[in-house]
Design a protein around this ligand. Sequence first.
Ligand SMILES: [Zn+2]
Length: 145
Amino acid sequence: MKFCLCILATVLAAAALCLAAEKDIHQGVLVRGKLIVQEGKPTELQTSDGRRLRLDGDNPTRKVLGDSRLNGFEVQARGHLSSTGEFTIDPIHTHGFMVNRDGHLKMVTYWCEVCSIRAYTPGPCVCCQQETTLDLRDPDQDERQ
Ligand SMILES: [Zn+2]
């Protein structure tokens, strides 16, 4: 089992290197694929060669991963493969998880129209408790907006 994980880790590392001079390689491995969000099951990433990685992360990341609105998106995740076979995404403030829309990487954010408040996890607005809308944003846009 350990042997297999070693191979998988090596493959992931090689894949990350193939994905070229992507920044922050030293912080973790980059994986890409389709996000599969299923109710009651761990969210998975399906890579182009058909492998499935269970995704995990800190609490805010877990909430984002559980958002069914993201099901089917092409995503990129940066993190580490754990010994239990899960891919642990880097902490949410590092923006280790990005969604690919129309060829552009976007940050996952949530927006309350009423209060003009942005959040990084799905759920009701901290202010008015209305459900926030999914708002994919360019990383170079000002985060305070
Ligand atoms: Zn609000």
